[in-house]
Ligand binder design. Structure first.
Ligand SMILES: C[S@@+](CC[C@H](N)C(=O)[O-])C[C@H]1O[C@@H](n2cnc3c(N)ncnc32)[C@H](O)[C@@H]1O
Length: 85
């Protein structure tokens, strides 16, 4: 099994566990990363965003709802792209 890059998330067992952990209310992504990313981004309205390693692209939906001009998410995992679609 590959543990590097997007192939990691294309192992269905790993993907299922990751998604369960990612959806938790207190996931590290939401409690640690998210506030820092939002602070670094600053004003969202009328800006274009490129998200490398976007996962399910939920953040893109949030940015567009907040007034972003455009959002392009890129991910190498087929499982993630399927969710983002
Ligand atoms: C920890 S997940 C985070 C996903 C998303 N940013 C989030 O916050 O939910 C990392 C993502 O980066 C993607 N990724 C990692 N290395 C990559 C590479 N070299 N090319 C494309 N995608 C990559 C993975 O497939 C995975 O979806």
């Amino acid at each position: 099994m590959s543990y590097q890059g997007p192939q990691f998330y294309d192992n269905d067992g790993v993907f299922d566990v990751y998604q369960k952990r990612r959806q938790r209310a207190a996931s590290p992504n939401d409690t640690l990363e998210r506030p820092v990313i939002l602070e670094l981004l600053g004003e969202v309205q009328a800006h274009d965003f490129l998200d490398l390693g976007c996962g399910d692209a939920a953040f893109g939906k949030e940015l567009l709802a907040a007034g972003a001009s455009s959002y392009l998410g890129v991910d190498g995992s087929q499982n993630m792209i399927r969710l983002a679609g």
